[in-house]
Write a protein that binds this ligand. Structure first.
Ligand code: ZN
Length: 184
């Protein structure tokens, strides 16, 4: 696990792939002071740039080799628009503005099981069906160190579960229906 933050270098970071030990370790909590430090603020900028470049709808710090409880989430309107209206409704997928999760604590609010194909930037080239809870609540700090409570259903709730799993060293492949695994 590396907690080092390089102060200079490219904005878009390499995304580590399954097999890298950092993806299997529980990330550590940050203090507010750490979160507000120049190094971590710069890391967040890089995480946002890396997520957008991929492109993806979420990225955990562990995915760029940093074992800290930090994730970024954004489901842009143009991503959502690419999906048909019926599929959007089925997935309950609506655009989610960019937001930061620091030290997130997730609680299931609606345990209704929902199953869809899911992928991960650290399991490049594959997707599989994963059953997740329909609704969750996440308590976290935002990028400025302010406490936030996020209540989400549908696709946003799926993203939050996926990213919080990363911070505990879990990948979707641990929960997938293995017979649905397919190359993209
Ligand atoms: Zn992932």
């Amino acid at each position: 696990m590396s907690n080092d933050v390089t102060p200079a270098g490219p904005m878009v970071m390499p995304i580590v792939q399954a097999g890298h030990p950092v993806l299997r370790q529980a990330a550590r909590t940050l203090t507010v002071e750490e979160l507000l430090s120049e190094g971590i603020q710069q890391l967040l900028v890089r995480m946002q740039a890396t997520m957008r470049d991929a492109p993806g709808v979420g990225l955990a710090a562990t995915q760029i080799g940093v074992g800290l409880r930090l994730a970024v989430v954004e489901d842009r309107p143009e991503y959502v628009a690419r999906i048909g209206e019926a599929e959007r409704a089925l997935r309950e997928r609506i655009p989610v503005p960019y937001h930061v999760l620091c030290n997130p604590v997730l609680t299931v609010e609606d345990p209704t099981p929902v199953t869809f194909l899911e992928g991960c930037l650290s399991v490049n080239g594959w997707v599989a069906e994963v059953t997740r809870n329909r609704g969750v609540r996440v308590e976290a700090l935002d990028g400025h160190g302010h406490p936030v409570v996020i209540q989400a259903v549908g696709w946003h709730a799926r993203i939050l579960q996926h990213e919080c799993d990363h911070l505990d060293g879990n990948l979707y492949v641990d929960k997938m229906n293995t017979r649905t695994l397919r190359a993209t």
